[in-house]
Design a protein around this ligand. Structure first.
Ligand SMILES: *Cc1c(COP(=O)(O)O)cnc(C)c1O
Length: 400
C-alpha cells in the first residue's frame, strides 16, 4: 500500500474561486438562500446533505480549510473551530457525559490541563493525570467509566513523544477513544496512521504560522464529525466555537507553505540544540540522542520534516531566564511572547506562563524547572549568526 504522505496530499488540493479564480472565493455570508421552502425543511430534517444552511454549521470557506487539514491528517473529515481550546472542549464534551472519566497525560498545554482539572468536574467529568510513558499506569487507571485517553503527540514543554501505536492498542482493547493534540508537530506526525481516533490542532501555531489568527481543528471519521455538528446534539454546533469565513480563507493560504516552514523550523532548532549542548547549556530537543524520546521520535516521524521547531533550555532559575529573554528581545533575536510557529523566534518561561496553571509542586514532580526557556525557533536564514547573537547575550548576562 502507498504510504500516506501528508505534504503530497496538500499539494494535490486544487480549489477554484467562484469566477474561475485560482484562490477559492470567500463566502462571508452567515446564512444561505433556498429556492423552495421544502428543500430547507429536508436539510433541517437531515434528509438532504451537501447544502449550506447557516454558517455556525458549515460554510464553504471553513469547509475548504477543513478539507485541506483532513487531507494532511489522513482522516475522512474535519471541522474547524474558533480556537484550539474550542476544538478540545468540544471533543471532550461530545465524548463524555456526567460520571465519565478521562485519562490524560500530565504534561499537556496549560489551558487543556485547567479545562480537565477545574472546569469539567463541574459537569461530573473526572480526569486522572498520568505519565503516559508508563503504559502500566495507563492500564491501571482505566475504570468502567473511562471514555478517553488524551495526550499531545509532542508534549508541552518537555517535548516528550508518546508511543501512539502502543497507547492506541490499549485504547482499542478497552473501547476508549484516543484523542491526540498534534499542535507541535503538523506534517511530522500523522497520529491517525498510528491509531488515534481524533486528532486536534491549534491552528494558531505552526499551521497558520503568521501569529495573526486564532483557530482550531478537529479531525476524525465522518461519523464523529457529523455527530459534532449535529443540530440537536453536537458540541461544535451547540457551544458555537465557529471559525469566521474570512479567517478560514487566510489560514488556508498560509497553510500552503507549511512544508517549507516546518523543514526550516526543524533545521534551525536542531542546529541551535547542538550548539547549546556544545556550550554546556542543559538542552531538550527530541532530535538529539540524549533526549528520552529520541528513539520513538525516529520511529514515528514522517521523513523529511525533521524533529520540529520547539526547543527548550534550562538556565537554572527564573531570574536568569528573564535576563536572557529580555536581552534576546533587545538584540532582535525574537520576541518574549507565548505561542509558537511564528517566523521569528518566540521565547517564554513555561513555569510562569504556559504551564503556570499547573501547581508548582506538580511542576517539580514532572521535572519542570523554573529556569526553563521554551523557544519556538524561527525561520532565520542564517541561524549560525543567530546563535552567535544568543551566545553574546548569554555572555553579557553572565550565564556562560
Ligand atoms: C496553543 C495550544 C492549544 C490551545 O490553542 P488556542 O488556539 O490558543 O485555543 C492547545 N494545545 C496546544 C499544544 C497548544 O500549543
Amino acid at each position: 500500500m502507498q504510504k500516506h504522505k501528508p505534504a503530497d496530499k496538500i499539494q494535490d488540493i486544487q480549489f477554484f474561486g467562484e469566477y474561475g479564480g485560482i484562490n477559492p472565493s470567500i463566502t462571508d455570508s452567515s446564512t444561505f438562500t433556498y429556492l423552495e421552502g421544502k428543500t430547507m425543511e429536508e436539510v433541517f430534517g437531515g434528509e438532504r446533505e451537501g447544502c449550506y444552511l447557516y454558517s455556525r454549521h458549515t460554510n464553504p470557506s471553513t469547509s475548504y480549510l477543513a478539507e485541506a487539514i483532513a487531507s494532511m491528517e489522513n482522516t475522512e473529515a474535519a471541522q474547524v473551530t474558533a480556537s484550539g481550546m474550542g476544538a478540545i472542549s468540544s471533543v471532550l464534551l461530545q465524548l463524555c457525559k456526567t460520571g465519565d472519566h478521562i485519562i490524560s497525560s500530565r504534561t499537556i498545554y496549560g489551558g487543556t490541563y485547567a479545562l480537565m482539572k477545574n472546569f469539567l468536574p463541574k459537569f461530573g467529568v473526572k480526569t486522572t493525570f498520568i505519565n503516559t510513558k508508563d503504559y502500566s499506569q495507563i492500564e491501571k487507571s482505566i475504570n468502567k467509566n473511562t471514555k478517553v485517553i488524551y495526550l499531545e503527540s509532542m508534549s508541552n514543554p518537555l517535548l516528550e513523544v508518546g508511543d501512539l501505536k502502543k497507547i492506541s492498542i490499549i485504547a482499542k482493547k478497552n473501547n476508549l477513544k484516543l484523542v491526540v493534540d498534534n499542535t507541535f508537530t503538523p506534517l511530522i506526525f500523522t497520529p491517525k496512521d498510528l491509531g488515534a481516533d481524533v486528532v486536534i490542532h491549534s491552528l494558531t501555531k505552526f499551521i497558520n504560522g503568521a501569529s495573526d489568527a486564532v483557530g482550531g481543528v478537529i479531525c476524525s471519521n465522518k461519523e464523529f464529525i457529523h455527530e459534532l455538528i449535529d443540530v440537536n446534539h453536537g458540541a461544535a454546533m451547540l457551544l458555537g466555537p465557529t471559525m469566521d469565513a474570512v479567517k478560514a480563507n487566510s489560514i488556508l493560504k498560509n497553510m500552503r507553505t507549511l512544508h517549507v516552514r516546518i523543514k526550516q523550523h526543524s533545521k534551525n532548532a536542531k542546529f541551535l540544540a547542538h550548539k547549546f549542548i556544545e556550550l554546556g547549556v542543559k538542552t531538550f530537543y527530541p532530535g538529539i540522542k540524549d533526549h528520552p524520546s529520541y528513539k520513538i521520535m525516529q520511529m514515528q516521524k514522517n521523513e523529511e520534516f525533521g524533529c520540529g521547531g520547539m526547543l527548550m533550555i534550562d538556565v537554572g532559575n527564573m531570574k536568569n531566564a528573564y535576563d536572557l529573554m529580555e536581552e534576546m528581545q533587545h538584540e532582535k533575536i525574537g520576541y518574549l511572547a507565548v505561542s509558537l510557529g511564528f517566523y521569528k523566534t518566540l521565547f517564554s518561561a513555561p513555569g510562569a506562563s504556559t504551564s503556570s496553571e499547573i501547581p508548582e509542586e506538580e511542576q517539580k514532580e514532572m521535572g519542570l524547572s523554573q529556569g526553563f526557556i521554551r523557544l519556538s525557533v524561527g525561520l532565520d536564514n542564517d541561524i549560525e549568526r543567530t546563535f552567535e547573537k544568543i551566545k553574546s547575550c548569554m555572555i553579557k548576562r553572565d550565564l556562560i
